[in-house]
Design a protein around this ligand. Structure first.
Ligand SMILES: [Mn+2]
Length: 296
């Protein structure tokens, strides 16, 4: 059966979206299973027509699947694979994780890519967790560490924004104190201020065309009622409508280059609800991409 029915192309020159999968769950702390996500997401996509939730035609979107990046022992080299496989292509960059640790490699490769274009790299991290541990379970490469590693690599505090947060480690609270310019929107903040206010804040903050944005979407940003198939579910989360609106609005209004969707764990899921959420949100992003002038 056809993956990405009517959207897949085998011609790089006509592609406007490039996909890589990273089937890896070696750095997940609690539930495993994200290594299955790239395969399951691709398989399920056969069932989705090239239409968004309002019936808009998506068939002009052309997706080129670059296949999977295999995580080798030298986790430190992962950024090189992202550089050599994904970021050598011009277009929208899409990544299916994998646990969130894979963003250590992808965000670093994105940083270099943005700099090579003369842009300021920005991460908008949508997640139940800040992932700003220096070391977690004796590892600097845990899925609880990518934001710390990205700061260390050179992302500026003000160019990282966290959204949907509600599950902390004590060391993360201390780290926030040392990085007051790093914006943290807890799930509670999103609920109180509303998605529209959040979006208008982000639009103002990152409106300058010098910014190039990487959205890191951990599916556990959503409440476990919506996204049960994930290794570290956190109660009191965002709704599907909220995450969709946040992500699509950022893509609509700002200079977004990359999106990762991480922490989908099909073996922990129920009737693939969580994978379907990831795919349906992605197709809404596809609609937004088609409204923009193509090729970054
Ligand atoms: Mn998370």
């Amino acid at each position: 059966m056809d993956e990405f029915r009517d959207l897949l192309t085998n011609k790089k020159e006509e592609a406007n979206v490039f996909l890589v999968g990273v089937p890896f769950d070696g750095n997940a702390s609690v539930g495993k299973g994200t290594s299955h996500a790239p395969k399951v997401l691709r398989e399920l996509s056969y069932a989705l027509p090239a239409l968004d939730r309002l019936g808009n035609d998506l068939s002009k979107l052309k997706l080129y699947d670059l296949g999977d990046i295999e995580v080798k022992k030298e986790f430190l080299k992962l950024h090189e694979d992202f550089k050599n496989v994904l970021y050598k292509e011009k277009g929208f960059h899409l990544i299916f994780g994998g646990d969130h640790s894979i963003a250590i490699g992808s965000e670093r490769a994105f940083f270099d890519y943005a700099k090579s274009l003369g842009k300021e790299p920005v991460i908008i991290h949508i997640d139940a967790h800040p992932d700003i541990c220096d070391v977690y379970e004796d590892s600097k490469f845990s899925h609880a560490c990518p934001i710390f590693r990205s700061l260390e690599y050179g992302f500026k505090d003000e160019n990282i924004t966290l959204v949907g947060i509600r599950g902390f480690e004590a060391q993360e609270i201390e780290t926030f104190k040392k990085h007051p310019k790093l914006d943290v929107f807890k799930a509670e903040d999103v609920k109180k201020m509303g998605v529209e206010t959040l979006i208008s804040y982000l639009r103002t903050k990152y409106r300058d065309p010098k910014y190039l944005i990487y959205i890191s979407y951990d599916i556990d940003a959503n409440d476990p009622a919506y996204a049960p198939g994930t290794g570290t579910p956190e109660a009191f989360g965002l709704t599907n409508e909220q995450t969709r609106e946040i992500i699509t609005s950022i893509v609509r209004h700002l200079n977004v280059d990359s999106l990762d969707i991480v922490e989908v764990a099909p073996p922990l899921d129920i009737n693939n609800i969580t994978s379907w959420l990831a795919l349906k949100t992605l197709y809404e992003v596809f609609y937004e991409l088609l409204q923009k002038p193509c090729k970054s």
